[in-house]
Design a protein around this ligand. Structure first.
Ligand code: SF4
Ligand code: SF4
Length: 381
């Protein structure tokens, strides 16, 4: 039976105590890590943003885990490959607080792209083979430290989605070209997760400051004030979605991994009361093209049912990060150096929305989509 721990954590000053308690409730760090091992601690480092924006895993959670791994006699290293095109990884480490924590704790920060990579056939029908950073392949075990956020394509990014960062650099963007639909991307995530599973020791999610609405980078900071941990990443995701009010029987990625409501009902939950966490009102992002409409509608009226990104020129700062994040090169530089989206090329993968640092990319819906696709703020899907 899967054991999940839930621990209240009112602010990041309580991280050490909360992380220690969460891990001890599922068996203690020595259950997962052996002396002498090299353990990769993998936070979510999506983009160079301050931890207060709830886009990246908080550095104090990373610090607490580093100390635990050391206590078990293992050697921790810390790394993640950010989304899109990041030219200055040292700046990202500094802004996200990783440099300070890893310097204080005398731990190596690893740039996945600099460690080399191997390509492996992991059984994905669209992408053969999938390339992983050697930092991931060469460690003895992985401790996963995702951030709890919504996601425009996947609706939710927790533990399983965090492993997409094991793919180095712009390959992540490239793969979106072949897996732009939620189902295809879910298949890819399921394949990656299943491949890495023997190495994954545990997952602890940072949901002290979480993000709802238009995540994973343009949503609202939401104080959920808890952390949760489990040896099983996908089952932890299923648990989190359930307590946030999402009907997991409609979540394809979990279906693919054979996780159902029955699985969730059998979990052993340890720690603080979920009722007392006050999780009401969590807003999931709006649905995507086709996915919430009746099947007959998709078949006959599919071309009139769409959601496409648009650039708000009043907010845009012309940094052009969106252009570098687009897997099909659908973003061009237009008049006055403004980026423009070529609708004929766009595959609605929303990578640009994910990577825009200024929340300048929104969504436009067709009339039909407005009728059949719900907006934000509906936790019951
Ligand atoms: S839309 Fe966003 S990412 Fe693109 S140029 Fe404007 S500010 Fe930069
Ligand atoms: S312009 Fe379209 S295809 Fe390019 S990143 Fe944005 S959503 Fe994806």
């Amino acid at each position: 039976m899967t054991k999940i721990s839930v621990v209240k954590c009112n602010n990041y000053k309580q991280s050490q105590e909360a992380v220690e308690r969460a891990i001890s409730l599922i068996g203690g760090i020595e259950t997962f890590v052996k002396a002498g091992e090299k353990i990769l601690i993998k936070p979510n480092l999506l983009a160079p943003r301050d931890p207060s924006q709830a886009i990246t895993t908080h550095p104090e959670i990373v610090r607490a885990m580093i100390r635990l791994v050391k206590k078990a006699g293992a050697t921790p290293i810390v790394g993640d490959s950010p989304g899109g095109s990041i030219r200055d990884i040292k700046n990202l480490w500094k802004v996200t607080g990783m440099t300070e924590v890893c310097t204080d704790e005398e731990v190596q920060l690893v740039q996945f792209e600099a460690e080399g990579a191997k390509s492996i056939d992991i059984g994905n029908p669209n992408i053969k083979p999938v390339t992983f950073s050697n930092a991931v392949l060469d460690c003895d075990g992985i401790i996963n430290l995702p951030k709890l956020k919504t996601h425009s394509l996947m609706k939710f990014t927790g533990g399983v989605k965090n492993f997409y960062g094991t793919i180095p650099g712009l390959l992540k963007v490239e793969y979106h070209k072949y897996a732009s639909k939620t189902k295809d991307f879910s298949d890819l995530l399921a394949n990656i997760y299943t491949f890495l599973k023997p190495k994954i020791r545990l997952t602890l999610i940072d949901s002290v400051l979480a993000m709802d609405g238009a995540g994973p980078s343009a949503g609202n900071v939401k104080e959920l004030n808890f952390i949760a941990a489990s040896q099983d990443t996908a089952e932890l995701d299923a648990f989190l979605l359930t307590i946030l009010g999402y009907n997991i029987s409609k979540y394809y990625l979990l279906k693919k991994l054979n996780i159902t409501k029955k699985t969730v009902a059998a979990f052993e939950i340890a720690g603080d009361s979920i009722r007392e966490l006050g999780l009401g009102g969590f807003k999931f992002p709006r649905g995507r093209m086709f996915e919430m409409a009746p099947k007959f509608m998709v078949k006959f009226l599919g071309k009139f049912l769409w959601i496409k990104p648009f650039i708000n020129e009043d907010i845009c700062r012309k940094c052009l990060i969106c252009g570098k994040s687009c897997p099909v090169k659908a973003i061009h530089i237009g008049k006055h150096n403004c980026p423009t989206i070529d609708k004929t090329l766009c595959i609605s993968c929303f990578c640009c929305h994910e990577m825009c640092p200024y929340k300048a990319i929104g969504f436009k819906k067709s009339l039909l989509a407005k009728l059949f696709i719900q907006d934000d703020a509906n936790p019951k899907h």
